[in-house]
Design a protein around this ligand. Structure first.
Ligand code: ZN
Length: 175
């Protein structure tokens, strides 16, 4: 069995947690991880990766703070536990890893060459859940913004993506 990790940030987390047992290959594409972990440890790691703040997520948060936009994180009271909730603007932001959430026409979401059916079904399930969650939130009056991992490699990218949804003033603070 092989696990794939979509972003370097996720890889780093796994690397840190798995220590020497996990060997990772670099690059921006899905990484192949040698299957040296027990099933139990793997599922624990998967949980950690989901729960941890990814690099794109941290970039989004930094962007919002810099522009003085107040937000909450991972609010379990809302469908799908959105990554970021901007209450005063009724906006929720999902920062999606391209692989797990099946980003369309994205290199990072390319399926592994082995166990394709397994991964395809898994990703389809995730996509269906994402759609369900999005509709539920919209019915509740939230504006739902999806930020894809591949689009936010740096702060400049992020400004471009988020300024389409958020009116921001330039901050007077240097950072
Ligand atoms: Zn992508």
């Amino acid at each position: 069995m092989t696990a794939y990790w979509t972003t370097n940030a996720e890889s780093l987390i796994v690397e840190r947690l798995g220590g020497a047992a996990v060997r990772l290959e670099g690059g921006g594409r899905p990484n192949r991880m040698a299957d040296t972990l027990s099933r139990k440890k793997r599922s624990w790691l998967m949980g950690r990766v989901r729960a941890s703040n990814t690099l794109p997520e941290r970039l989004v948060e930094r962007f919002l703070r810099r522009h003085g936009i107040r937000f909450r994180r991972h609010d379990r009271r809302l469908p799908g536990t959105p990554d970021i909730i901007i209450l005063e603007r009724q906006i929720v932001i999902f920062v999606n890893g391209c692989f797990w959430h099946g980003h369309t026409r994205c290199n990072l979401s390319r399926l592994p060459s082995t166990r394709r059916t397994f991964w395809a079904e898994k990703i389809q399930t995730n996509k269906r859940r994402d759609r369900r969650v999005r509709r539920a939130l919209q019915r509740m009056g939230w504006k739902v913004v999806t930020v894809w991992g591949c689009r936010v490699r740096n702060t400049a990218d992020l400004s471009r993506v988020l300024s389409r949804f958020l009116t921001v003033r330039e901050s007077r603070r240097p950072h």
